[in-house]
Ligand binder design. Structure first.
Ligand SMILES: [Cu+2]
Length: 657
């Protein structure tokens, strides 16, 4: 099943459609401000300027006309390096505001990176460095442009830069990451389109072993895999209107932005005749992947894949049978190119239902009788291929009110070379001479939870042992304790296994029948902490990785945890900057920011392509419902199997065994 691009928005949070991007670009081009810019103006991103939250809620309630529809556009003038933020009214067809910014770098776009890569490949200094390594076929070289980061080098100030490393790629489909050309690195000025420098830190032989993983390279494939078909003879259990999805008790809106990719809006649960709010908006606000190797080839690798490259821009078109299996509904997405033209990404988001094992079960051991229900989840996902890595972003909704988020990490490791016989100190050999450096992947989620209403209080919950003595005569006692987080400074916290720490987003104004505030619990999953020094560049630029939990009062302008423009930013932007005001967060509209990190010491098994690693967290109702909300899930239908607990026990008894 597939949907074509919508012409008219039907929901205030619908992403910009292709025709809207075209219209916005022409409004921008026709403006007097645009005429004053250089000829080297480039369009970086187009996104919906989301209407005020209260307007969205009012629209839902009254179903009146849509709130004013506006777009926000980021432009880069490569002539003078200035950045421009333009808000365009789609209703009026005019620019509403135009803001000129100096000294920031909007995200890099694919066209300028490929331009830089080609420039380096043809550069005589670069070619001379390759010749010193016996490489003379420059056609078979793949240059890889990385975000430059910010390391305080005075000669790099104010320039828009990329650092370029290179790989031998004997043919276009070859896995070039298997053949890193160590020691050579080029610095490119992206605005002037000029190679500033080529540094050669010494020759290291290029690893030769192939890292290809296509069937031809793999050889004989296993022959014991029989067909597995997923069929839903009556179709899936969800319905879709525009970008609004209804699935069993859940209702939500699927959004998409160039920077964050997949966004969930207005996630609500129908409980009897009440449609209860859980999340207003949830998205991946930033990512960063710091590498732990200090060598000149790798120290700068701190890719901010959302703010520097755009997770949405990099979203893949998903294919049935490969990325998704079964009865699939696809949402298309639209991003833009350098010239301001819409670029469709058909099938950017995949939605389907999955059987997820047992939902709940009890069989009475004395009688062998009982009840079992199977769990089903709604999966909404997208995949982005960013450089060597591929990231899958998966939201799961469950029948028991749980929401789960999972990132799937796969793709190819970032590599370097080490001389024959040497073992890398900051990495792992994954093939002869091939170094896969240690690194971490941090993700930060912006979770605008509205649990049963807008005003919420986040509470920390932890468990402590009771000291031995009169209150704990047998030594077994422990208690779960809780405290509200009143101010931003109290809500900068790390996961702590020793105290079983977690956080609950409560609504103190809505109490369940036993008297406690209704809540959703943020249940941490796998996590890690940074190992970079406190004054390292990445620690300043990705301040959000200091803590797993941050809570801020809702502010629609506080969107990205490392700030609006992390590309080459010196640091301290985003969460550390906003929370310095130490605002009150109790009993108000709050945003929860959750950081989770995958600590990656590579394994040989991660080569030549990495089996998916999963990391995420879940949001679970706590006293939001009065009891298990999934009691009403029906037993499986007869054609799905013979789910009659106790049947085998009876058969055994009849056999007299
Ligand atoms: Cu990794």
């Amino acid at each position: 099943m597939q949907v074509s691009n919508r012409i008219v928005a039907s929901h205030p949070l619908d992403p910009l459609a292709a025709d809207e991007i075209t219209r916005v670009a022409s409004v921008v081009r026709a403006s007097t401000e645009f005429a004053a810019l250089s000829e080297r103006i480039r369009f970086i991103t187009f996104d919906l300027r989301e209407p005020a939250k209260e307007d969205v809620i009012a629209w839902e309630r009254e179903r009146a006309t849509l709130p004013a529809r506006e777009a926000e556009v980021v432009l880069l003038d490569k002539g003078d390096g200035s950045t421009h933020e333009v808000v365009v009214s789609l209703d009026e067809g005019v620019p509403v505001s135009w803001r000129r910014l100096e000294g920031v770098q909007p995200m890099a776009v694919v066209a300028e990176l490929t331009e830089a890569e080609e420039l380096v490949r043809l550069d005589p200094r670069f070619q001379a460095a390759l010749q010193r390594r016996g490489i003379t076929d420059f056609e078979g070289i793949q240059v890889d442009a990385w975000p430059a980061g910010h390391f305080g080098h005075p000669d790099e100030e104010g320039m828009r830069l990329a650092r370029c490393v290179a790989f031998v790629r004997p043919h276009p489909r070859d896995n070039d990451w298997a053949h890193p050309i160590d020691g050579v690195i080029a610095l490119v000025d992206l605005n002037r389109v000029e190679v500033l420098r080529v540094d050669d830190h010494g020759v290291v032989p290029v690893p030769e072993e192939s890292g290809n993983f296509d069937p031809e390279a793999v050889g004989r494939l296993r022959d014991d895999v029989r067909p597995l078909e997923i069929t839903q003879p009556d179709g899936p259990s969800f319905t879709v209107e525009g970008n609004t999805v209804h699935w069993q008790r859940w209702q939500l809106h699927v959004g998409f932005t160039a920077r964050e990719g997949l966004v969930l809006n207005r996630v609500r649960y129908r409980d009897g005749n009440r449609l209860r709010s859980v999340l207003h908006r949830a998205s991946l606000s930033e990512m960063v992947v710091p590498y732990g190797d200090p060598s000149p080839m790798h120290y700068f690798k701190n890719a901010f894949d959302a703010g520097e490259n755009g997770v949405g821009v990099a979203a893949s078109s998903l294919t049935l049978g490969c990325d998704c299996l079964g009865e699939i509904y696809y949402f298309d997405a639209t991003v833009s190119d350098y010239e301001g033209n819409p670029v469709p990404i058909p099938n950017a988001i995949c939605m389907h239902e999955e059987d997820f094992g047992v939902l709940w079960r009890h069989i009475e051991w004395r009688t062998g009788e009982g009840e079992v229900r199977r769990s089903r989840r709604l999966v909404i996902s997208s995949f982005s291929a960013i450089g060597n890595y591929d990231y899958g972003f998966f939201w799961y909704l469950y029948q028991d009110g749980t929401i789960e988020y999972e990132v799937k990490l796969t793709g190819v490791l970032s590599t370097g070379a080490v001389p024959p016989g040497e073992r890398p100190r900051h990495g792992v050999l994954v093939a002869p001479g091939l170094n896969a450096m240690v690194h971490q992947h941090y993700f930060n989620m912006r979770l605008d939870l509205d649990v049963d209403g807008v005003e919420n209080t986040v509470e920390e919950v932890w468990t402590e042992p009771v000291p031995a003595g009169r209150e704990n005569p047998h030594g077994n006692a422990f208690v779960a304790r809780r405290r509200p987080l009143e101010r931003e400074s109290e809500a900068q916290r790390r996961v702590d296994l020793a105290s079983a720490r977690w956080w609950e987003i409560t609504n103190p104004h809505v109490r369940h029948r036993l008297g406690e505030a209704v809540a959703y619990r943020l249940v941490p999953g796998e996590n890690t902490v940074p190992f970079a020094q406190p004054d390292a560049s990445v620690m300043k630029r990705a301040g959000f990785i200091h803590n797993h939990l941050w809570v801020t009062p809702y502010d629609p302008d506080e969107r990205y945890s490392a700030g609006e423009y992390p590309n080459q930013h010196p640091g301290a932007a985003g969460l550390p900057e906003w929370t310095a005001a130490d605002r009150r967060i109790a009993d108000r509209d709050v945003v929860v920011w959750y950081t989770f990190g995958h600590h990656h010491v590579p394994r040989p098994e991660d080569w030549p392509v990495m089996p998916v690693a999963r990391i995420g967290f879940s949001l679970k109702p706590v006293g939001f419902f009065e009891r298990n909300p999934a009691l009403d899930v029906p037993p499986p239908l007869p054609h799905e199997g013979h789910c009659e607990p106790g049947r085998h026990r009876e058969a055994q008894a009849e056999d007299g065994r």
